[in-house]
Structure formats: structure tokens, C-alpha cells
Design a protein around this ligand. Structure first.
Ligand SMILES: [Zn+2]
Length: 294
């Protein structure tokens, strides 16, 4: 009886969340337990069996506890939270879907092609926290070859403090020669452009359709950024330049890149003070983008 009440309460909360969301795809009634055209469906058991929930939107966090997204159809796992609990999926959205290990679209991920009905790969099977319906991939944010980055010295590309960056949160420092073009890793809108200082260089932020706010720091301020606030960028559009004013903390010129979800402005923090603000691990997406460079 207790279990049944809990499941009912979760279902009601699920409906309430559904009302808040924007309009679903045509003919797809989300979270009715039927996997329809236009939906991305999560299954409790492998082989797309057991209870399912049918979703039509990207989710930055499936949630835990009361209010979490639950499996809703009859079958094994009904009423349980889908977060860290999904074994298989059926992608009927007509688009790619990215399933991430971390909330806010971070960490390792599995890419589910349109039409696929598959078990999640081992990286995220029963370890799923968020999803993007659509193309979440990045364009590498510098116009450099792989060899150019690898040949930088003494630093090449570091990711958070474990790999010798000067900061203690999720952020990339990618070292590159003066004059290297900084380009947008995503399609999005320019939110801020700041000319910067001799030590921090110029900065800019770009927000994409999934709510990811990308922050570019230590760009040259002479020549400065070539974008303006409100400008729409496509992947690969130039933002600015790595330059001699882009030195940071005594290191050689580099681009600093970090990302958070659900904000319009980059929080004002540096170094260890940025810990706890929810900066997201983009390293797996960045690495894939890097490997696509010549
Ligand atoms: Zn940095």
C-alpha cells in the first residue's frame, strides 16, 4: 500500500512538471506510458522491457526523490525514478539524443541515433542523469590542428586542477599561438562581450538552445572580440583571438573555456572560488571535437 501511494504521488508530480514544460511534439502525449512517434522513451529493463516513460524534451536533470521523472507504464520498475535507473531507450524523436552521466549535460555520454531501440552503453547504463534531444556535439573552439596544441609547451591543454590547470573547477585551458582564432563551439546567442584587461584579456559568453552558457576568457583585446551582444552565431563562427594579452597567471597564451546550464551570465569568480557553482564537465565533448581537427 505504501508503495502504491508513493507511485501515485510521483505520477501526479510528473503531470505537474509536464504542464510547466513547453509544447510537446505533435501527436506525442508525454509520460502517458506509450512510446509514440516524436518521443524518447526510457525503459527500466534491458531489451526495452519493463516499465517505460516517454519524454519529448531535453532534461538537464531527471531528478531524485519526490518530483523525479518516473517510469509510468505497467511493468517492472513502475513508479521508480529514471535517474541512474535506465537500462534501455527507444529514440522516436527523429533526432539524435545524447544521454549523459552527469546532470547539466556533463561527463561521459551515449549518443542514440534516430530510430534506435537499444540498451544504453556501459558508461551510462543505470548511470543516466540528463539528456539532450538534438545535436549536443561541439566544434573545437580554436582553429588549430591537433599537432599545434600538442606542441605547445610547457602546457598544452589542461582540464581542472587534477591536470595542472590553475583552477579547481571544471574548465579547460587550451594553449595555442598568438593569433589563433577563437570560434564558437555551438550555435547560440552572444550574451556578453567584455574588452577585458591586460591580465585577464577579453571575454565573451554564448548561450545555446539547450541552455548551456559558454564562457571564453583570456582572448586578446587588441584585436578584440569580433562579436556583439545579441548576435546569433553558428558553430565555428569567429568570436575573437588568442593573443599576447591573453596571458593568465603567468602561463603562455591560451583560451579558458567553461560552461554552466540555466544561467544568462557567467558568475564572477576565479580559481578555487568558482568551486560549488556547478561548472560542467565538458571534457568528453571537447575531446571528440578535438579529434575532428586536422
Ligand atoms: Zn583557465
Amino acid at each position: 500500500m505504501i508503495t502504491r501511494l508513493a507511485a501515485t504521488a510521483a505520477a501526479v508530480l510528473g503531470l505537474a512538471l509536464g504542464l510547466v514544460a513547453t509544447a510537446p511534439a505533435a501527436n506525442a502525449a508525454a509520460r502517458n506510458g506509450s512510446c509514440e512517434s516524436g518521443e524518447f522513451c526510457l525503459y527500466y529493463n534491458s531489451g526495452a522491457t519493463g516499465s517505460l516513460v516517454d519524454l519529448v524534451h531535453s532534461q538537464r536533470d531527471y531528478g531524485t526523490g519526490p518530483g523525479c521523472i518516473t517510469f509510468v507504464s505497467a511493468g517492472n520498475g513502475r513508479g521508480q525514478c529514471v535517474k541512474n535507473n535506465t537500462a534501455a531507450v527507444w529514440n522516436r524523436t527523429g533526432k539524435q539524443v545524447y544521454v549523459f552521466y552527469n546532470s547539466d549535460f556533463g561527463g561521459v555520454h551515449d549518443i542514440i541515433p534516430a530510430g534506435a531501440k537499444v540498451d544504453l552503453n556501459a558508461n551510462v547504463k543505470n548511470d543516466n542523469a540528463s539528456q539532450i534531444i538534438g545535436d549536443a556535439s561541439l566544434r573545437f573552439p580554436l582553429n588549430v590542428s591537433q599537432a599545434t596544441v600538442k606542441n605547445q609547451s610547457p602546457l598544452t591543454w589542461c582540464w581542472n586542477s587534477r591536470t595542472n590547470c590553475h583552477h579547481d573547477y571544471n574548465a579547460a585551458d587550451i594553449f595555442a599561438p598568438t593569433g589563433t582564432a577563437v570560434v564558437s563551439p555551438v550555435a547560440g546567442t552572444v550574451m556578453t562581450v567584455r574588452p577585458g584587461s591586460e591580465t585577464a584579456g577579453a571575454t565573451a559568453t554564448v548561450k545555446d538552445a539547450f541552455g548551456r552558457l559558454w564562457f571564453f576568457q583570456h582572448m586578446d583585446n587588441d584585436p578584440g572580440p569580433v562579436v556583439h551582444v545579441g548576435q546569433h552565431l553558428t558553430k565555428g563562427d569567429r568570436i575573437g583571438t588568442v593573443g599576447t594579452r591573453a596571458h593568465a597567471m603567468g602561463t603562455q597564451p591560451h583560451l579558458h573555456l567553461d560552461m554552466r546550464v540555466g544561467v544568462d551570465e557567467r558568475v564572477s569568480c576565479t580559481g578555487a572560488a568558482c568551486a560549488g557553482y556547478g561548472f560542467v564537465n565538458n571534457q568528453p565533448l571537447l575531446r571528440t571535437a578535438f579529434l575532428q581537427r586536422p
